[in-house]
Design a protein around this ligand. Structure first.
Ligand code: NAP
Length: 287
């Protein structure tokens, strides 16, 4: 009997298996394409011939495959999961999380949903951030294993919560990375290399955090008047960014898209308010 089984040895699953091995756990592994198991076997993992065999060989099963369909296919054979807990780190929607939790529960198993918010290299480190949701007893059952992977961010007993928040925060990640690439392309045209831009990214990201905090306060009060920066000021600043990117001959689709929100704000008479007021446009509650 292994301490834990890892299903899926792609970039993320392999990192998970390695972190567990490094922490002294006995690990059973399975991957659809067997050749990916070789390096993990060399590092001490026990290779299972099927997902079901792997799942039956441990009380905890950590899954990280492409999508939920792949995981349901892998675990399709009838399987008694009583006494086992599935920790699903596969990225997906809230409906998929609910369905998979029911699938596991119908087979007698416990279920913890995980929303991974880090790169594979961060697994096992203090920046290996993962959101978890599901019954607290199920989370407590596997807490020592989760601790091995990185900080545990428990977001609630409803299994869908980890995915809901991971999807919401994922949109910030994707917009942020693309925004960095637009910034790096512009800077490079002006002879400033990307390695100068990358460490400075933390400054605007910190501003995003403090502006989000201020917006939360305004949303609670439903009062977006303030003395920091009006939407008119933001719109003018953003127009200079767009103009500069355009003159440098780079794509600036992201800044263009953001500009459409400020255009709407001006049309709706929200330009004297602070940026949190754009929530009315996004939520379609603006009159
Ligand atoms: N990489 C990241 O930075 C990151 C961050 C957050 C979340 N995630 C999530 O973690 C999950 C895994 O990502 P990854 O980066 O490890 O992907 P990856 O390197 O492409 O690996 C994909 C894994 O899924 C397996 N797979 C694909 N289709 C399958 C099927 N039909 N049946 C069984 N197994 C199947 C692959 O097996 P084969 O080897 O046989 O193809 C492989 O083990 C995804 O849901 C991803 O969104 C990744």
């Amino acid at each position: 009997m292994a301490d834990v089984a890892v299903l899926g040895l792609g970039n993320m699953g392999a990192s998970v298996a390695r972190a567990l091995l490094a922490d002294g756990r006995s690990v059973a592994v399975w991957n659809r394409t067997a050749k990916r198991c070789g390096p993990l076997a060399d590092e001490g993992a026990e290779v299972a011939p099927s997902a079901n065999d792997a799942a039956l060989s441990a009380p905890a099963i950590i899954a990280s495959v492409l999508d939920y369909r792949a995981l349901q296919q892998a675990l399709a054979d009838p399987l008694d999961m009583s006494g086992r807990t599935v920790i699903n780190l596969t990225w997906g929607t809230t409906d998929e999380a609910r369905e998979l939790a029911e699938f596991v529960s119908a087979r007698g198993g416990g279920y913890v949903e995980g929303g991974v918010l880090c790169r594979p290299e961060a697994i096992g480190r203090t920046d290996g951030d993962i959101l978890y949701s599901g019954p607290s007893e199920a989370v407590e059952e596997v807490r020592p294993l989760l601790n091995t992977l990185g900080p545990i961010h428990y977001v609630g007993s409803d299994v869908t919560q980890a995915n809901a928040l991971a999807l919401a925060l994922g949109s910030i990640f994707y917009a942020g990375v693309l925004s960095f690439l637009e910034a790096a392309a512009y800077a490079e045209r002006l002879g400033i290399p990307p390695e100068v831009v990358a460490p400075l990214v933390r400054i605007p990201l910190g501003l995003v955090g403090s502006t989000a905090d201020a917006s939360v306060d305004q949303i609670k009060r439903q009062d977006f008047a303030g003395s920091e920066a009006s939407n008119a000021v933001h719109a003018a600043a953003l127009a200079s960014v767009t103009q500069a990117f355009s003159a440098a001959g780079i794509e600036h689709r992201l800044t263009d898209a953001v500009g459409t929100y400020f255009d709407s704000a001006a049309k709706m008479g929200l330009d004297a308010l602070e940026v949190g007021a754009l929530l009315r446009i996004i939520s379609k509650t603006a009159v």
